[in-house]
Design a protein around this ligand. Structure first.
Ligand code: ATP
Length: 412
């Protein structure tokens, strides 16, 4: 299983607390240039190659922050000069991106390589601000990062996602954001929203994606309520195919971490597409110290291991997926009256799951959901397996449909 590390387990109902007394203090101190703190942690025998959930080590952080003394210290203590993070970047890739020449030389002298090479410096595709009619923009929604507008770019309707200046003004956060967007711009799949580029602007961070006029799965469920089983299965297949593409991405899988009904959009042909992967952790990083670990995603869809701040992998998306499928059959979320954080808490500590009425859920869907939200992440199926199961379920449902069945009534 692809395993990432989140911050250490925290107390119940307080998942955002960062435990600076735990071993992750090494990462915090390395990013802050706190040499004494780093020495204290190493003396406590904290593993110098300890990594966060993005597989970023203390050496990555010190290299990107330009903390030369810490880099020297970590190398002396056996830090791996070529540790690779989730984006395939080594400490040298980071030192190069931020122009820390002395650290680059140091890392190179110890055998450091930069596998992404030029690629790490290839910026996101840039779009001239003048080409976009921001004055004629129509507000279509607002999320954690900022507002989303419908705009015209070269005569085509596209979505412009604006990033709040409180987020974008922090250089480190901006850099991470652009790195995630750089990853997104390489992705192409019928069930993934297409990234188009970043607007060239000195102060504002705005990026363009395809505009999906039917809105989100959240909007659809709000309007239509419960979906008929065949539609629900067809939608589930769209999401699973998009997710499988992300999870099978080479050289590193992409974990969405914030798969919610709002992050699934519908195109004009009725197909669903997944959007906003990998960005959730940045939105939470309002004041951006070294805290980009743990607690990502919306609580209502969060896998128990993420809430408990344990190690986690791709199967966190499978857990969230199960809740989306549940909602498509149910017409909305379970435990609506409870706060999302309470729901996540009960799922994480009491193993609570939504109940599945036999009137609503076909038996194979019930079985699939139970597997997907299994408390043991290792027992959850992969999206590849889910697709096969759903294709079989779709087949069965099609053949089970009684002749003469229309709009739910049977003509005898
Ligand atoms: N490409 C798009 N095409 C059409 N509508 C979109 C597009 N992207 C976003 N929207 C609309 O704008 C709303 C806000 O989107 P945004 O991604 O910023 O936040 P969110 O997904 O709702 O929440 P969060 O930021 O917490 O994930 C969405 O709910 C959706 O209705």
């Amino acid at each position: 299983m692809e395993v990432c590390k989140s911050s250490p387990p925290c107390k119940r109902m307080n998942p955002q607390t960062i435990d600076l007394e735990g071993p992750y203090r090494l990462l915090h101190c390395s990013s802050k240039g706190d040499k004494i703190g780093v020495m204290q942690e190493l003396e406590k025998h904290v593993e110098p190659n300890l990594a966060d959930y993005d597989k970023r080590t203390a050496l990555h952080l010190a290299s990107c922050e330009g903390c030369t003394e810490i880099v020297v210290l970590l190398l002396e203590k056996g830090a791996d000069v070529n540790s690779v993070d989730r984006w395939g970047r080594t400490p040298l890739s980071d030192a190069r991106s931020f122009g820390h020449e002395d650290i680059c030389k140091l890392l190179e002298s110890r055998g450091g390589i930069d596998p992404v090479g030029l690629d790490s410096r290839t910026p996101c595709y840039e779009i001239d601000y003048e080409e976009v009619d921001m004055d004629g923009a129509t507000l279509i929604g607002e999320g954690a990062y900022g507002e989303v507008y419908l705009v015209k770019w070269r005569g085509t309707e596209v979505a412009a996602k604006t990033i709040r200046s409180s987020i974008a003004s922090n250089l480190k956060v901006k850099h991470t954001f652009l790195k995630e967007l750089g990853l997104w711009q390489k992705l192409r799949h019928p069930n993934i929203v297409q990234f188009l580029g970043v607007l060239k602007h000195p102060d504002r961070l705005i990026f363009l994606t395809d505009y999906l006029r039917n809105g989100s799965l959240y909007d659809i469920l709000k309007k239509k309520g419960r979906l008929d089983p065949l539609t629900a299965v067809a939608y589930a297949l769209d999401i699973a195919r998009g997710m499988n593409y992300l999870h099978q991405h080479k050289p590193h899988p992409i974990i969405h971490r914030d798969l919610t009904p709002r992050n699934v959009l519908q195109d004009e042909s009725g197909h669903l597409k997944v959007t906003d992967f990998g960005l959730s952790k940045i939105a939470q990083e309002k004041d951006a110290g070294y805290k980009m670990t743990g607690g990502t995603g919306s609580y209502r869809y969060m896998a128990p291991e993420v809430y408990r701040r344990e190690s986690y992998g791709k199967s966190v998306d499978v857990f969230s997926f199960a809740l989306l499928v549940y909602e498509m059959f149910q017409g909305g979320p379970s435990n609506r009256a409870e706060l999302p954080e309470q729901v996540a808490d009960k799922r994480a500590y009491e193993d609570s799951r939504p109940s599945l009425s036999s009137f609503v859920y076909p038996e194979p869907i019930k079985m699939l959901l139970r597997e997907c939200w299994h408390k043991n992440p290792e027992c959850r199926p992969t999206f590849e397996e889910i697709i096969l199961k759903l294709e079989n379920i779709e087949d069965t449902l099609r053949h089970e449909r009684p002749i003469g069945d229309c709009c739910g009534c049977i003509i005898l």
